[in-house]
Design a protein. Structure first.
Length: 201
């Protein structure tokens, strides 16, 4: 098969310019009726979707900077000191974090009882169905984390599960309609914690 020779104009469609990409919270505030503060209360402060398959459902498939091959999303998360998402699990996808600047604490386990620190260029890969969270614990006012999500195309955008208490927090602070809109993005508040199943047995 012969090689291709795309023009600069054609390749420009495959370039994401950091100065122009918008964080998800702005897009959902403007078009989805989800206040930015609601997303910030459970997710990274600013999430930039650089690449996604461009099909499927959920927050990670809408308007990517570049439409890529099935099964992978590439996100950049920017977090001020002390900020990061609530504990959540990806039911069927592998989520990998690489610290690009600053320092992040990554926690995992049903209660976030285990943790490690990622310094610049450190990476951790969290298997499916493990509760996880991260936050900027460094001195950099805004730390940056590269987040790769891999799995089946139908899952990379819609397998995020938070504990029921997180959904209750959203309802209490922003109302049931905002919770519903977040759930329509593909994020759910019905994670069944393995430690609770063991206690009930």
């Amino acid at each position: 098969m012969p090689t291709l020779n795309p023009t600069p104009d054609e390749m420009e469609k495959r370039i994401v310019r950091a100065r122009t990409i918008q964080p998800k919270k702005r897009r959902f505030d403007a078009t989805g009726g989800i206040p930015a503060a609601a997303l910030e209360s459970i997710a990274a402060d600013s999430i930039y979707l650089y690449m996604a398959p461009g099909e499927g459902v959920g927050a990670s498939s809408r308007n990517p900077g570049i439409v890529g091959f099935p099964g992978l999303t590439v996100n950049l998360c920017r977090c001020p000191v002390g900020q990061g998402p609530d504990l959540h699990a990806h039911a069927r996808t592998l989520e990998t974090f690489m610290c690009l600047s600053g320092q992040f604490e990554v926690r995992w386990g049903d209660d976030g009882q285990y943790k490690t620190l990622l310094d610049e260029h450190d990476m951790i890969s969290v298997p499916p169905n493990v509760m996880r969270a991260f936050r900027n614990t460094g001195k950099t006012p805004e730390a940056v984390l590269l987040v790769l999500i891999q799995g089946e195309n139908r899952d990379v955008a819609s397998d995020v599960q938070y504990a029921p208490a997180t959904g209750e927090k959203i309802e209490r602070n922003f109302g049931p309609d905002v919770r519903q809109r977040i759930e329509e993005m593909g994020w759910r508040f019905d994670a069944v914690l393995g430690s609770q199943v063991g206690e009930a047995a």
